[in-house]
Design a protein around this ligand. Structure first.
Ligand code: BTN
Length: 306
């Protein structure tokens, strides 16, 4: 109902009477008033006069009702430990693909390799449940599809030309604007779910420990609506997840990466490998030419460009 009230208020520049809302929505005027009050409490600036209601301003909100086509699949939490934990629970309970858990803040945001992900107010933190028809060995393609969907989104909404860095980062210039984490459950021959967690620096202050990061607000010089970013990303992701698109995703990713044809150092908790990044294999692993002339394939790790 809130989605529909907002839609009507947004379509009018002036005041909309309670009687009109009540008739259009087929609910009582008292009920209209209750929804309006709730919206006001959530930060929507709605002027209530004897003639009716007028929407003056909307907050940078991620409530499910801000995504009218996805209301049933978006779970918004003002604050949580990590969207990954909630999404895992929902995935195990059988929620469908494209169910999204999005949080205003995370208290224990998780980064790759068990690092913390600073999740201050104003950033976009979400996990999307995906159920691709893929064997586990090809599941890495999903991460590539997500990274490319964000590249598409930044180009479409803000004409920002972003690049991808192996394994899962999205950068603008040489600065990281988004990180991605994935969690998978699979049978021996089929993925059951892949949960993709994205942290996108939108309007948040940058983590003081991540001096090599940037945000959309910093690049554009003004804040942007996070719901536009999330909505566009989900649309692009649904396209990129089509089987025919997934077939060519590694090639497309390669056209947008800054990792290949340069010397890199890959760090895991066990080993450090240095070499020249020559290619990505069909499963998304990085192929390195080592100094002794051998080649090696690296499946995960932190990548430092040298
Ligand atoms: C990285 O670059 O290290 C990956 C960062 C992933 C952060 C996102 S924020 C939403 C989701 N919930 C988490 O706890 N982590 C991911």
């Amino acid at each position: 109902m809130k989605a529909r009230i907002l839609e009507i208020l947004r379509s009018e520049t002036g005041v909309v009477s309670g009687a009109r809302l009540s008739a259009d929505l087929n609910i009582s005027r008292v009920s209209v008033w209750k929804h309006i009050r709730k919206l006001q409490e959530q930060g929507y600036s709605i002027e209530a006069t004897p003639k009716g209601y007028c929407l003056k301003n909307s907050p940078d909100a991620l409530f499910a009702w801000e995504f009218p086509e996805r209301q049933d699949t978006i779970h918004f939490l003002e604050q949580t430990d990590s969207t990954m934990a909630i999404a895992r629970d929902l995935a195990r309970k059988g929620k469908p693909g494209y169910t999204v858990v999005v949080a205003g803040r995370q208290l224990k945001g998780r980064g790759r390799l068990n690092r913390q992900w600073h999740s201050a107010e104003g950033g976009l933190y979400f996990t999307v449940i995906l159920r691709p028809q893929l064997p586990p060995v090809l599941s890495g393609r999903v991460n590539f599809a997500a990274a490319m969907s964000l590249v598409d989104t930044l180009a479409q909404l803000f004409q920002i030309e972003a690049r991808v860095k192996w394994p899962n980062d999205v950068l603008v210039g040489e600065r990281k604007i988004a990180g991605m984490l994935s969690e998978l459950e699979a049978d021996s021959d089929q993925v059951i779910y892949v949960n993709l967690g994205l942290g996108i620096n939108v309007n948040n202050d940058i983590d003081p420990f991540q001096q090599t990061a940037t945000s959309l607000r910093k690049i554009l010089g003004h804040a942007v609506a996070r719901k536009e970013v999330l909505g566009c990303f989900l649309e692009r992701l649904e396209e990129r997840m089509q089987p025919a698109q997934l077939e060519k995703i590694v090639d497309e990713w390669k056209q947008h990466t800054i990792t290949l044809d340069r010397r890199v150092r890959i760090v895991t908790r066990q080993v450090v490998t240095e070499g020249f990044a020559i290619d990505i294999d069909p499963n998304g692993a990085l192929i390195l030419a080592l100094d002794d002339g051998e080649t090696t394939t690296v499946h995960y790790g932190d990548c430092f460009h040298q």
